[in-house]
Ligand binder design. Structure first.
Ligand SMILES: [Zn+2]
Length: 180
């Protein structure tokens, strides 16, 4: 590890940086979560994945995360894990890593909607001060809403929306295709 990086760094930072690269985190995300120098993060990504990261923008608004019932259901799952892990006092790198691993496990039998870079974008967006965080009176699930959604008056708990959607879809469509 030291041969790759060429300098002494905190072992936990390196461990998390490697783990992030292994699940596909791009250098920008590795840098943001571990404070590794950008040149080292890029080197690490190539070392772990055998190639450079695909170019592409990361979501900088909630649109990607709440546009459909499924997106909001998946992103709200991540939100709840983020909150739980933050309450434990874990560093941001561990919060994003563990939440993403949990998300992959939870949705492993259906196509996951978000990659680790998007999970990080959501994590960062949720820190914006105007994000509304609430708890559903019906199912007791904690959920987040973007201000625009709230202004439209269309704000409802993503879990209740998903249950309603399943009821509308009926037995003809499998549960898996509704959750995915
Ligand atoms: Zn609910």
């Amino acid at each position: 590890m030291k041969e790759l990086i060429g300098v002494d760094l905190d072992a936990e930072v390196l461990r998390d940086a490697f783990a992030l690269a292994e699940v596909g985190a791009k250098s920008r995300v590795i840098v943001a979560l571990t404070r590794l120098k950008p040149v080292l993060a890029t080197k690490l990504y190539v070392h772990v994945n055998g190639r450079s990261a695909q170019p592409g923008q990361h979501p900088d608004s909630f649109t990607r995360f709440v546009r459909t019932i499924h997106q909001h259901f998946h992103s709200n799952y991540l939100y709840n894990i983020f909150e739980a892990l933050q309450e434990l006092g874990l560093p941001d790198s561990q919060v994003v890593l563990q939440a993403y691993r949990s998300y992959r496990e939870q949705f492993k039998s259906s196509p996951k909607l978000f990659d680790v870079n998007e999970a990080y974008s959501l994590f960062a967006l949720l820190r914006q001060p105007d994000v509304v965080k609430d708890c559903c009176d019906e199912c007791n699930t904690a959920y987040f809403l973007e201000p625009f959604e709230l202004a439209l008056g269309s704000a409802t708990c993503p879990c209740c929306r998903m249950v309603k959607r399943r009821q509308e879809v009926g037995p003809g469509e499998s549960r898996q295709s509704v959750v995915a």
